[in-house]
Design a protein around this ligand. Structure first.
Ligand code: FES
Length: 78
């Protein structure tokens, strides 16, 4: 099954130091950019992200980033 692009821009999220987030890698979640269990229809699994500090991070929305759950600018070339 192909990865679905949730949207072609990243999701800015205020993360909290020490908290764990589960980034949706399949693009099917209705709770973007996080997992809602929709991947069970696919062979993909969410990626764990542990915040090393409290700050705004940009979770990838296009699901094509080479930098795991975080935007690396790849969406600009889609
Ligand atoms: S949103 Fe995917 S690389 Fe930027």
């Amino acid at each position: 099954m192909e990865i679905k692009t949730a949207k072609n821009t990243p999701y800015p999220v205020e993360v909290v130091k020490g908290q764990t987030y589960y980034w949706c890698s399949c693009g099917l979640s209705n709770n973007q950019p996080f997992c809602d269990g929709s991947h069970q229809r696919t062979d993909l699994v969410p990626e764990e992200f542990v915040a090393s500090e409290s700050k705004t991070v940009y979770f990838c929305g296009c699901k094509q980033s080479a930098n795991g759950p975080l935007c690396d600018g790849t969406h600009k070339s889609l």
